[in-house]
Design a protein around this ligand. Structure first.
Ligand SMILES: NC(=O)c1ccc[n+]([C@@H]2O[C@H](COP(=O)([O-])OP(=O)(O)OC[C@H]3O[C@@H](n4cnc5c(N)ncnc54)[C@H](OP(=O)(O)O)[C@@H]3O)[C@@H](O)[C@H]2O)c1
Length: 813
């Protein structure tokens, strides 16, 4: 059987990491070991390879130098390893040997057994910094390495070394190795002060120096005792690039060594007389005893002579953790090593299988996660709100996937320490949000408009896509009717809901959408709900036939909950309460809603409509049947939720499949039903006029269009832009408002008259009025003359669009 596994790779330089499934390498060479990688550590080299292609010979690249895992297969000549050993290894980025994958093939000589005291996560961070530390000492400083079998036995023996970057991984490894190599050496190291304790108490440096000190060379000299300076500087972070005076810390009588790690940048220039050496990983073959480096690490770890250099920061699991870790690494880490564990999270093992027996297969938390989704929450709220209940019944499919809202209500009810607001009202509130607005209705009657989220025509208006000039975008709606009327108007509410209006409305809709399509939409919604119920009832019957008490209980509860939902759907649980004493004022007013994301929505409509809208509230009118339906829904919903976890884990595998099928159907059906309901509702609100003004580079042009060229009902002729805070209070804008008002009048007057002579007269009137506007602005506020001219040009172009051909502009100025 072919076994697949997860690989994380980058396809080209600068590309992003992606996860792919690859076949597991089943055949390995005699000297190779197959490791199942469980943890990786992230090195700066990883992102430098990915971003800049450092040392990458071919793409795609599986990155990763450091990692730890379990031995899966061992070649005949690969060494002393056994399947199941916990190991770390020196990985080679490329293809099969990079550590960013679930299985990697590594040469046995590069594998190290991990002592039982170290976790795989810690082990993963040990390799590269150790290796670089050895090279730093053996090739950079050229000192003897007594702990390395076959390693250099003679060499320089500095009495003091300053390590730049003590809190880096390489620095922390090098400090330990230097102490092992020359125990009496005075080791100084730089880092941020917060790492000084770690450097002194854990790694054993003699003196930790603040790397940001303005007198760093002097501090280092002082720390050598006698102020003579250090014999060698080991720069493992490229600090010499910015710390140019660092060479002053070298003793004039010493060997004056400056050893720098290759960081991928240009070599750092050292002054004359300083013995500057650059070292890098690929210099390893030059080091005597290099073939024993890995054995030395294994021994040092076992003998506890080499410790974890830096604390490990666990970044998480899988692809997202790796991406995050690489990003953190690019920004720079401080005194810690990043590691991703349980790595990689195997895509290949994601084979959920439904059980075929009575065993437990479903994760209860997983089921709870399915049951809770915000869409279901909203849908449950809609069940009570029923925005368009007199037009169609919204099928509440999500009682299958949304049993948490009733559960939450029940808990709230049982634990509420205060007077309880009826849940029907709370549900309405869930489906409603308040739009902060400014209105020109005198007396500051309202500052908010309640926006019902299931009100699709309004949603479409307020969520319009902003253009690249969002400040100049306007959406305008003429609102002459806000709420759907309840199906059966109450006697007391007769004035607000005159009998017969619903019928008229329905006739209107039918003519809008077409009778057949209208009925088809309505019945499809009903059918979707009926199928839903049929499915849960069938599940119940099968529970009986299969003698599966758990399945029976689960489907019984869902059937009851479905029944309760239907009972709530067919009649209103709440009514819209319109406040008394609203002045029946029918002149048009405006309410302005400025969106946070840019763009302004302006509602225009009769004063009484806007005020009714702002001040209406949801009212729960308690009666025994409403209370019964409400409590039936709450209790069956809560029990269904509990049963979804409790029964699911115990019922037969095939019944679990059936339930899963019902869940899938309910979700898909709900999405379909939402779309149908949206079409019906939008059509139902066809008479609501709306228009948009977008993409204009200037606000004045948007205002001209909003006043003159949008749909006639939406035109904002009477709107005082300055008073509403939409234009600054300046002469030019005051005059512009007056000008637009006059032009509207000219255009409105005799607008049916398309006689060429009448058109010409209107055009001349407009031109004359524009010229007076320009003259006035030029005379009274000459600085705004060009602005006035621009406004004139904008009006000229817009009235051209209207068919009002202005005479040529010559002589305008
Ligand atoms: N060529 C090779 O074969 C090879 C092999 C391994 C590593 N490297 C290179 O060696 C460098 C270090 O690697 P790493 O894994 O050890 O890095 P690291 O752990 O990511 O280094 C981060 C640390 O560097 C310290 N640091 C940064 N600038 C400093 C400065 N001016 N003075 C003192 N400390 C400074 C920071 O100290 P504070 O937070 O205390 O301020 C931080 O703790 C990288 O550039 C890497 O690419 C090269």
């Amino acid at each position: 059987m072919a076994v697949n596994f997860t690989k994380y790779l980058v396809r080209q330089r600068g590309g992003s990491l992606e996860a792919i499934i690859a076949p597991k390498p089943l055949v390995i060479q005699p000297r190779e070991v197959l490791i199942r990688v469980k943890a990786v550590a992230i090195n700066p080299a990883d992102y430098k390879m990915i971003d800049q292609g450092h040392r990458v010979t071919s793409w795609p690249l599986v990155p990763g130098l450091d990692g730890a895992g379990i031995v899966e297969q061992v070649g005949d000549k690969a060494g002393h390893f056994r399947v199941g050993d916990r190991v770390i290894a020196l990985f080679t980025p490329g293809d099969s040997s990079g550590s960013y994958q679930e299985y990697a093939v590594v040469q046995g000589k590069d594998v190290v057994k991990l002592p039982a005291t170290s976790s795989l996560e810690e082990g993963a961070t040990l390799g590269v910094c150790y290796l670089t530390g050895i090279i730093a000492l053996g090739i950079g400083l050229k000192i003897s390495l007594p702990f390395l079998e076959g390693g250099p036995t003679s060499g320089v023996r500095p009495s003091s070394v300053l390590i730049l970057g003590g809190s880096s991984a390489v620095g922390a490894a090098t400090i330990q190795l230097l102490r092992l190599a020359i125990p009496e050496c005075r080791i100084l190291a730089t880092s941020s002060t917060r790492h000084h304790d770690h450097l002194k108490n854990h790694l054993g440096v003699d003196e930790a120096i603040d790397r940001k000190s303005s007198s760093l060379p002097q501090d280092a000299k002082q720390a050598t005792g006698g102020c003579q300076g250090v014999d060698a500087i080991l720069d493992v972070v490229g600090a010499g690039r910015t710390q140019k005076d660092i060479f002053e810390a070298l003793s004039s009588s010493g060997p004056k060594i400056y050893a720098q790690v290759w960081t991928g940048d240009e070599q750092i220039d050292a002054p004359d007389g300083v013995n500057s050496i650059m070292f890098r990983g690929r210099d390893l073959p030059q080091l005597p005893g290099n073939q024993n480096i890995v054995c030395a690490l294994e021994r040092l770890l076992q003998e506890e002579k080499y410790k974890l250099p830096l604390p490990v920061h666990h970044v998480g699991h899988g692809l997202s953790a790796l991406e995050r870790a690489l990003e953190i690494m690019r920004q720079g880490v401080s005194g810690e090593k990043l590691a991703a564990t349980d790595f990689p999270v195997s895509l290949s093992e994601a084979h959920p299988e439904l059980k075929k027996d009575y065993g437990v297969t479903f994760d209860p938390l997983g089921v709870a996660a399915i049951l809770y989704n915000q869409r279901a929450d909203r849908s449950a709220a809609r069940l009570y709100t029923q925005y368009d209940r007199n037009l169609f019944i919204w099928p509440h499919m999500t009682m299958i996937g949304g049993t948490l809202p009733p559960m939450q209500m029940l808990v709230e009810r049982l634990t509420a320490p205060f007077k309880w607001i009826h849940p029907a009202i709370k549900m309405c509130a869930k489906d409603t949000t308040m739009l902060p607005i400014r209105s020109d209705i005198s007396g500051n009657v309202f500052r908010q408009l309640p926006y019902n989220l299931s009100n699709t025509w309004l949603s479409d208006i307020i969520s319009f896509e902003p253009s690249e000039h969002p400040g100049n975008d306007f959406a305008i709606a003429y609102v002459d009717r806000v709420h759907q009327k309840p199906k059966k108007p109450k006697k007391t509410d007769k004035d607000a809901n005159p009998a017969g209006e619903d019928h008229e409305e329905e006739i209107l809709i039918r003519s809008e959408i077409g009778n057949v399509r209208w009925q088809a939409g309505r019945w499809t919604l009903n059918l979707l709900g009926i199928i839903n119920g049929a499915m849960v009832l069938t599940g119940m019957v099968f529970g009986i036939l299969l003698a599966d008490i758990w399945a029976f209980t689960l489907f019984l509860l869902y059937s009851l909950h479905w029944g309760a939902s239907v009972a709530i759907s067919i009649d209103s649980m709440v009514t819209v309460h319109t406040p008394p004493r609203i002045v029946p004022e029918s002149s048009d007013r405006f309410a302005v809603y400025e969106r946070e994301e840019g763009g302004t929505v302006i509602f225009k409509g009769p004063q009484r409509t806007l005020e009714t809208w702002a001040r209406s509230t949801w009212e729960y009118d308690p009666s025994w049947d409403k209370d019964f339906r409400h409590w039936l829904w709450i209790i069956t919903g809560s029990l269904s939720g509990i049963a979804s976890v409790a029964c699911m884990v115990n019922m037969q595998g095939r019944m679990q499949l059936v339930f899963l099928g019902v869940l899938v159907y309910a979700s898909v059906a709900e999405i379909g039903a939402t779309r149908i309901a949206r079409i019906l509702q939008t059509k139902a609100h066809g008479p609501i006029a709306q228009d948009f003004v977008r993409k204009n580079a200037t606000r004045s042009l948007s205002i001209i269009q909003a006043t003159l060229t949008v749909l006639p009902r939406c035109r904002l002729t009477g709107l005082d832009w300055i008073k509403m805070g939409l234009l600054p209070d300046m002469l030019v804008f005051r005059e512009m408002q007056a000008l637009l008002r006059d032009i509207s009048q000219i255009l409105g007057h005799d607008k049916e008259d398309s006689d060429p002579l009448a058109v010409t007269v209107r055009a001349l009137d407009i031109k004359d009025r524009c010229l007076r506007f320009v003259d006035k602005v030029k005379t009274e506020d000459s600085a705004r003359g060009p602005l006035a001219m621009r406004i004139y040009d904008e009006i000229y172009n817009q009235t051209l669009n209207l068919g009002e051909v202005l005479p040529p502009k010559e002589g305008n100025s």
